[in-house]
Structures are given as structure tokens and as C-alpha cells.
Design a protein around this ligand. Sequence first.
Ligand code: CA
Ligand code: CA
Ligand code: CA
Length: 837
Amino acid sequence: MKPIFTVTWLLASALAFGQKLQLNDSSYFETRGVNIFVFNNQYNGMFFDEKTAGIELIQHGVRTATGGAVRLQNTPEQWDLVPALVDRKVDRQKHSVEVMLKYDEFAFTSRITVMPKDNGVEISVYLDKPVPAKLEGKAGFNLEFLPTAYFEKSYLVDGKAGNFPLYPAGSTMIEKADQKIPQFAGYTTFDDRGRGEFIIPQPLATGKTIVLAPEDAERLVTIQSADAPLMLFDGRNLAQNGWFIVRSLLPAGKTGKVLTWYLEPNAIPNWKRAPMIAFSQVGYQPAQEKMAVIELDKNDAPLQSASLFQITGNGTPVEKLKGEIKPWGQYLRYNYVQFDFSAVKEPGLYFIQYGDHKTNVFTIGQDIYKDSWHPTLDVWFPVQMDHMQVNEAYRIWHGVPFLDDALQAPVNHQHFDGYRMGPVTDTKYKSYERIPGLAVGGWFDAGDFDIQTGSHCSAILSFVDAWEKLKITRDETFIDQATRYVDIHRPDGKPDLLQQIEHGSLNLVAQVKNIGHPVRGIVVPNLHQYHHLGDASTETDNLPYNPALKPYQSDGRTSGTKDDRWAFTNRNSFLDYHTAAALAAAHRALKGYNDTLSQQCLLYARQLWNENARQPAGSDTGFMAAFRRNTEMAAALQLFIATKEAQYATRFKEMIFPTLDRSLQFGMTVALQAIPYMDKDYQNRLRDYVVKFRTMSDDYNKQNPYGVPMTARGWGGNSAIINWAITNYYAHNYFPDIIGTEYVYKGLNYIFGCHPYHNLSFVSAVGTRSKKVTYGNNRADFSYIAGGVVPGLLVLHPDFPENKEDWPFLWGENEVVIDICASYIFLSAAVNDLNNK
Ligand SMILES: [Ca+2]
Ligand SMILES: [Ca+2]
Ligand SMILES: [Ca+2]
């Protein structure tokens, strides 16, 4: 260890000779090893502060700082006010970027300019008008640093040493609520128990110069403030997803240049990011194409060759192939080369060596996909089950949650999780009235605990596909609806897939039965409940609300605390059709297993179909109209398969080809799924579309080195890649001469590790190395739930792909949701099936 330490010190002391930051063609500041973004990414307002906006620092390949902006709190939380970007000017003459920020709520405008100075940048804040009186002592310039980048490291403040806290244990103080800057739409993340107060974190240290991690050349950052003192805070005292924050208050009563910081991130001279060798962590089948994609720093010169080694029983590596490196070109900020080792077909354990870099070991074998979906069905889905206690061996994942479901959401309400109510309820219930019968079935949508009906429908459709086409009878879960008890790794003689279809359908049926139609979702009303981490059964008090009692008072059966979830009930035909499709499919799967529920599913599917058929179709526009058409078609197909009634087939055939003409992506899967139920003419007519689909797919090889459809703004694109692979699976089934198996494997290879940034499998606990830090309800423990599939790669503008493995809280990268996991189960089991044919 000692020599490394010495090298680090030498590099750190070399910082004075680093190269100056330059404003590059992509409008950010760049030198080898350091990039500074100045609002290349802005707050989009969707989920408020996503920690992906403002002034940001990428130091030696890692995005370690974000949120550089004028902010109104010491440690802003996700739902604290964020400034709107009014203007961004890139001045190539002055080598500066200037942004104008505004808080509309306070008519408060500020300007920030960033320009290179010495070995860093100067950040200056200008005000044309003084800080508004209400914001005096509150408005400041903040820059946030990634906690995990600084764990087990130290800081110097005016020369005085301190350690970054591993766990938040800083000092806080309590202030009267009238001093608080309101959070988004008047919501509050803080449960003050009716006391009218809030918490203010106090600084860990204060001074004029802060040096972060002087011992680590990769993370060393120096900040100097000419005027106001710098304060260092730990945002995690208020919110587990908080960052370390360096902050200076803006002075009261002043205009012009009111604050100047000098920010110098250390740049290791001639730094190069290590090559990243991406491959499938699950491994490869002997006959399939095997292509590693190697991601290279743009200053790195590619090597001529790479090697594949086999590890035999005595532990000695044997070189099985030395192959040529094929350049692919630039994608985003990296250069890519490919290493094809398809020629090696002998089953065994292998690793890839490229220069000095070796990968971990992976398998070549016939049955590599055999177990790949088991953790998702055995563990991840059971943990997501709502209204049930879930046990696994000695661990209880959660008790029975949400027995107090649910109240009618009030009219004219905008909720923080994207739900909204218009001026009417579209039900027989009045605002806040209890809707009976909803405390049954359903899954937590994601890392939060709401029921999202749309994703339930998608999950059920994927499950029924898997049930009907792949005959998955695996039984590793005990599920007892009568006692609301689930036990993981405990067979109960019933296929788990059917039990999951039943569990999802129970909630959909309860919605239609008790409300009259499916609802957008069911979610807690208070923001201080919503960010809940831990056991779902404590997100509410599980007692129905009783207005006769005072808050926090209970008679043992009811309570005076308004914490029951709300059902957002506005009706739309898109969701009605989507639900009709899921229910018609569930009806078939549940026949002979739960006949009563199966019959109810069909009854309500028909009811939703008939009620919508009587509605004029013209009321939806744009995206909604497209969604409506696609869900109507899916409903027609599922109802036709369920009933064989000609009316449904007629409507399906009327709609399918115009839909495909509009968009192949939207309609292709359902078109292919229909083949077994339509005539030969139908299949023949589809052929041309499948050819077009292949052309589109081949084009992905030109767009990126992985040859898959990449979409990665705002939310990672793994779902689209899985769905594309599923479409290819169906297409291969019916048109094997057009679509080969590689189109299916490619999607899974990507999910299993052959993707940018790192080479981990995006499915926790699947593959040799996989995601161990994800955004589930256990995210604050930096943990995962086995079988969860993350959204994947987020691309920060203009060119930075990211999927952090040391920070779970970026939901666009790491939040596991039900529909992607259900479609993953189908794809992964389908590929295994394909294999066995
Ligand atoms: Ca949600
Ligand atoms: Ca079972
Ligand atoms: Ca309650």
C-alpha cells in the first residue's frame, strides 16, 4: 500500500502545474481529469431537486459535485424551492458562462458567472437588486459534494483538520415555522407533530478556505471565498439523500458583485480514465455472438488486441483466443472498441484481458439463463406485495401495510408524486370520503409505496404472457391471502406466477368494483409520509381516519391522524382499456385456479370495454390519443383471446395496420402477439413491417456501440431495451428468417453488463457482479432487493453517462419499478426457452 500512497502525494503536490480549464465546444469547462458544467443541466421541475443540475464537477471520471446555485437553505432537500434558469450565456471571447436564476416565489433574481482563473474557476454572484428582506440570512451560494466520494477522508478549513462524517451526526437547531421558506406547493417533508417548528442544520466547520480531501489527488478540491465565510454542512441530518454542502450567505442590502469564490478541483496531470471492459456478467451460450465493448478515455490510444483466458480447475489461466480490437468510434464522451470472441465455444470459466486490465470471471455454457429470472420472481416481487406481511427466513421485510385504504382524493388537487385531481371526482364519492374494499392486493410501484394502476396492468400482461407462452410453474413462495402472509423460499404447492397474477388482479378488481373504474393510483397524502424509508406498514397508522378524534389520538380501531392514502380517481379511456386488457388476460390465467376472481376479471374487462366503446374517441389528443389507441388494441386482442367473440377481432384488425404505419415501436409487439389468433393473411401482411423493424434495429449499430435503442434522458432506458428485445423474441418466433436470435440476446447482454460507465449487471444478484446499491425502500442502507432491475444509464447533458453504484438515491439511475421487472422476467425466461428449443 505504501508506494501508492507516495504516488498519490506526488501527484497532489503536482497540482500547481496542472493545465488551465478551457471552455470546450460542448460549452463546459474542461481540462484533463476535470470538467465543470455550468447549468448544462437544469432543474426540470418534475421531481424537483434531482441532484443533476446547476454547477457540477466531474473529477477524474466521477460526478462528485452538483447543485451549484443560489439556494435558500443550508442543506436543500428534494422538495425545497429550486431556481428557474432564466438565461444562460456562453461567452467565448471572455471564456465565461453566465446564468440568470430566478425564484418566482420571491421575485428574486441573481446572476452567476463562471470563468477560468489560475488552475480553477472563479464563481461570482451578481445582484441587480438587494436580497429580498424575507431571504436575508437565507439566500446563499451552495455547492454540493457527493458524500460517498468523501467518506473516510478529511478536510482542512483555514488549516484546521476534520473528518467527513460517515454517518450524519452534526448539530441542528429548532426554529419557529414562520421562519421557514415554504417547500414546493406548501408541502412539508417534516412531521412537526403539530408544533409549528422546523430543523436547521448547523455547520460542521466555517472559514475562508476549505480543502476537501487533501490526501486524495482524485478528490482534492480547494475553495476560497474572498468575502463571506464558507460553511460546510452535512445535508443528511435532514434527508438521507442529502449531500455535503459548501455554502456562503449573500450579504444583505448589497448589489453588484456580492460574492466571489475561487474553486480549484485538482487535476492529475495527464490523467486517463482506466479502460472499462463491458460484457455480460451472466455469460454467453456456446453458439451465440460474444462481443465485449471496451470504453476508452478520449486521450487513450486503443491497443491492437485483447485476449480471452480460460480458468481451469487448477486455477491456471490458459489463453484461448488472442483477437483483434475493432474500433467503433466515439459515443458521447468516450471512444469505443470491440473485441469479438465468438469463436470460443467451449463451456467453462473465462475472463478478458485488455493490456493490464482483466475482467472478473464469467461463464460460457448452455444453461446460463436458466436461473436468471428467479431472484426477480422469488424475492423482488414478493417484497413489493402490498397489504401483506412479507417474511424471508429470519427477516421480516415489512408488516401488513395500508389497512386504512383509502379515501377519495379531493378535487382540484396537485400531488407531489405527479398525481392530480380535476374539478370532479368521476365517482359517487365526495372529497375525503372513505372508499371501501381497497385494502387488498397490489404491489408497491417502486422505491415508494403507491399503487400505480397503469404499471400494474403492464406487469399483469407480462406475467400472463409468461404463464401462457412459457408455462412457468416455479413455486418458491408461500402466499396466503386469508392471513395476509407471504414467506419467501417456501413452496406452497401453487405456481408463484399465478399467485402474483392473482395479487395484482385483486387490486384492479377492487378498484373497478368499488369505484366503478380503474384509478390512476393510490398514494399517501402528506409529503412527510411519502419519503418513507423502511417498513411500509408504518407509513400510515393502519387505522381508518376518524374526524371525531384529534390528530395522533386513537380509540384502538380508528384514529384522528389524516394519514390514510388517497385514491386519485379521474377517469380516462387509456387507463380503462389498459385495465380491460390486463383483466381479460388475468381471466384466462386464473381460470381453474381462482374461478371467482377469474369470472370477475372478465366481467369488469367487458364492462370497461363497453363503457368506453360508447364514448366519443375524439376527446383525447396527442400522446393520450396514441396511448388510447394502443391500449384499446391491446384490450381488443386480450378480450378476443379470452372470448373468441368476433367483435373484438374486427376492432383489432381495423386498428393494427394504421397503428404500425404511424409507429413501429408502439404497435409491433401487440401485432406479433396476435399472430396465433389471426389468419395466415394477417401474418403475411405483417412480414413487411418486420423487415422494416429489422432495418430500424440494424441502424442502432451505427448509433451506439451496443447496437440497442438507447434513451437516457431523465430516466434510464433499460425498459425500452428490454421491450425491444421482447419484440425481437416474438418476431424471431414467427419470422426466424428475418430476425435472428442475436437481436434477442443483444438486449439481455446490455442489461447484464455490456453497457457504458461500468460493467455491472443491472439486475441485482444476477450475474457474477451486479448492482448492489439501488433505489428500493431499503436505499438508505445502501442495499438492494435481489432481482430488482434498475432504469440504468442516465446521460447528463451534453455527454456524461452515469449509473452510480455508491449512491442509491438517483432514481433515474437506480429506482426499481414493477413493470420493468415483470417484463424482465418474461424476457429472461423466454430467452432460456429459446435456448432449450
Ligand atoms: Ca410513485
Ligand atoms: Ca407458491
Ligand atoms: Ca390512518
